[in-house]
Design a protein around this ligand. Structure first.
Ligand code: CAO
Length: 402
């Protein structure tokens, strides 16, 4: 049967046809755009009140039309639900389709042809978009924010699905230990409150290592020591010396952060990992002790730590911390300052590397150092001098006695 499609009442006297969106013989779905009309500084897409095939088009682009102007003739096989009710009231086949009564209000949108074309290209239904333009006009930004909203929904959906999958099959929840919780809070506070800078350096410890090996071997052969003196002990001793020469590194902020306190003692903490719990026992008065004393104290404190037998005094009054991961492996890392201290030295595993002496490459044992410091108190040049000084002493340990 043939059905006439007329211009609905859209509340404007006269509008101009600026776009015809369908062709003769085209199959058109219910509410698919038929034409775009413009009037009163806005344009609207006129949707089809019925599904069927376009048999004839009676209007042209540029033509002015009014309510009830005949737009098109449709050929329909069966009356679809939207007009079924209406058909019952009309016995003739020339059905006057007054869209405004039949269509949902939001099918008529205010949007320029450019916006309509954009929406069509993106396969976006304008009825889903909230207009923010003047006179409820849909703007390009509205389409963009709708697209972002869609993307966000898709992402959230994906995350939820993945998380549930993993949760069910691939993960298990573990309680943090009370130490982990405390350490975690401290690390977070220090990381967020202190402006960290990390200075890296690589130090030639070939001579020191030769001396250390020789010393350990001799002592062992005389049965004088049961444990090696490790490279860490030398580093601790050297750092204590450097703290005396660079006193700002041995300071803390006052509580109101307006002054700094220079400490007249040198206590050095060293990080120890015990089954994922991190402890920092403190060696006291390092500058007043020799390498052997420091070595045995370090062993005692390490043992105490591993047995979780440290008391509060073993872990307080530190001035500076050393975190040595070299016994484990890995290369560079950036340590987090242990407030109220103002710096920390990270030590990584030493490695043999070729070092150019001006004539040839010499195999040299290089120790990676990472010095993180509080940039509010320590400037870069001072820090570079500090780490260079440490490097010099570790390269030539004789300087310690000068
Ligand atoms: N490069 C190369 N070798 C290193 C090294 C380095 N940076 N540091 C240590 N070594 C060597 C030692 O000299 C020793 O060699 P010898 O057997 O020839 O003497 C060997 O590695 C084992 O040393 P060690 O680790 O047993 O002893 P240490 O004095 O170096 O360290 C302690 C003691 C308690 C700090 C250490 O055992 C430890 O727990 N390290 C972990 C530190 C840590 O967890 N840090 C975490 C920081 S933040 O999460």
């Amino acid at each position: 049967m043939d059905i006439e499609v007329k211009m609905p009442d859209i509340g404007l006297d006269k509008v101009e046809v600026i776009e015809i969106l369908v062709n003769i013989n085209e199959k058109v779905k219910l509410e698919q755009g038929l034409i775009t009309v413009e009037g009163d500084k806005t344009s609207m897409e006129i949707p089809s009140p019925i599904s069927g095939v376009v048999k004839n088009i009676y209007i042209k682009i540029g033509e002015k039309i009014t309510t009830n102007s005949l737009i098109m003739m449709f050929k329909v096989d069966r009356i679809n639900s939207l007009i079924k009710k209406k058909k019952e009231n009309y016995l003739n086949e020339d059905i006057d389709l007054n869209f405004k009564k039949n269509l949902k209000k939001d099918v008529l949108f205010h949007a320029t042809p450019v916006i309509r074309r954009l929406a069509r290209n993106l396969n976006i239904n304008l009825s889903n978009i909230t207009p923010t333009g003047p006179k409820n006009r849909i703007l390009k930004e509205d389409i963009e924010s709708y697209q972002n909203h869609l993307k966000q929904n898709i992402l959230e959906e994906k995350n939820t699905i993945n998380f549930n999958d993993y949760n069910q099959f691939k993960t298990e929840e573990l309680e943090l230990s009370s130490i982990q919780k405390i350490i975690g809070e401290n690390l977070h506070r220090n990381w967020t409150n202190i402006p960290h800078v990390t200075q890296f350096d690589e130090v030639n410890i070939t001579v020191l290592e030769r001396f250390r090996q020789k010393y350990n071997n001799e002592k062992k052969s005389q049965n004088k020591i049961s444990n090696n003196i490790t490279i860490l002990v030398f580093i601790i001793k050297v750092v204590a010396y450097a703290l005396e020469k660079f006193p700002i590194f041995n300071s803390s902020f006052t509580l109101n952060n307006k002054k700094i306190v220079l400490k007249k003692y040198i206590n050095i903490g060293f990080a120890v990992d015990v089954n994922n719990d991190l402890f920092v026992p403190v060696l006291k008065d390092v500058n007043k002790k020799n390498i052997e004393q420091l070595s045995s104290e370090l062993k005692l404190l390490s043992e105490k730590t591993r047995k979780r037998k440290l008391n509060a005094s073993d872990m307080t009054e530190g001035c500076f911390t050393i975190s040595n991961l070299g016994g484990i492996g890995g290369s560079w890392f950036s340590p987090i300052i242990n407030a109220p201290e103002v710096a920390i030295l990270g030590v990584s595993k030493s490695q043999i590397k070729p070092l150019w002496n001006g004539k040839e490459f010499i195999p040299s044992l290089m120790l990676p150092l990472s010095l993180s410091y509080d940039h509010r108190i320590i400037n870069g040049a001072y820090a570079a001098r500090f780490i260079t000084f440490i490097g010099k002493l570790l390269s030539d340990i004789h300087l310690l006695i000068m």
